[in-house]
Design a protein around this ligand. Structure first.
Ligand code: DX5
Ligand code: ZN
Length: 218
């Protein structure tokens, strides 16, 4: 069954607590926390995402799916460790060497958190194949990272499908998550690609009835 990780990037501050509560009641499987540092991507959401995550921790036990779109990976892992996230994802493109990738994966694992790598639409899955046995999940961006409400890039789903086939062929149980532009119109393509988790932000947060849209996506 496809799991839904709701991105809280577009949640309005003034009713954030109620929104997070309503999302749990509506059946989201994860909260997707989009941490942006204003360097790896243009926007800076560090303060807002940290505040929102603390609010979520006070009202929910649902797993946190942290998506780090940052240059300083270690500093941001350290900031979120005390909040006991389930998954921490960093971007392949920020790493200068394979050793750096492996260093982050091990650091996340040593802190009993599930490690994941994200690749931008232009990054080929061949770049991350060697890390798959070490990874809990691969987050395949179906939009350019940096903001919500963008259109899903179908070519990126082809990568997800290719990765799924590669994982099956090599008997690997690494999860695949896609992120960006997932909505009622694109969810069937997402399912056809065989992914395990779909991140949805604006298509859920902008809906009047969270339960209806989350059930429909699932
Ligand atoms: C973009 C973020 C995504 C985005 C998803 O950089 O990583 O998680 O918030 O939002 P939608 O579902 O609106 O594309
Ligand atoms: Zn994200």
């Amino acid at each position: 069954m496809l799991e839904i990780s709701t991105s809280i990037l577009t949640v309005e501050k003034d009713n954030a607590t109620k929104t997070f509560y309503d999302l749990e009641v509506a059946g989201t499987d994860y909260y997707h926390i989009d941490v942006m540092d204003g360097k790896f991507v243009e926007r800076n959401t560090e303060k807002m995402m940290y505040e929102y995550t603390n609010i979520i921790k006070q009202i929910s036990n649902l797993p946190l799916d942290i998506h780090l779109m940052v240059e300083n990976v270690k500093e941001n892992i350290d900031r979120y460790l005390p909040l006991n996230p389930s998954i921490i994802t960093f971007h392949y493109e920020i790493c200068k060497s394979d050793e750096e990738v492996i260093d982050y994966i091990n650091y996340i694992k040593e802190n009993n958190i599930k490690p994941a790598i994200s690749i931008k639409p232009a990054t080929n899955i061949d770049k991350i194949k060697k890390f798959l046995p070490m990874l809990h999940m691969v987050l395949i961006m179906t939009v350019e990272p940096g903001k919500g409400g963008q259109k899903l890039i179908p070519e990126a789903l082809k990568k997800a499908k290719e990765l799924k086939q590669y994982l099956e062929k090599n008997n690997l149980d690494t999860y695949i998550e896609v992120d960006g532009g997932v909505n009622k119109d694109t969810i069937d393509m997402v399912k056809d690609a065989g992914v395990d988790i779909a991140v949805a932000g604006s298509s859920i947060i902008s809906a009047d009835d969270f339960k209806e849209v989350i059930s429909e996506l699932k």
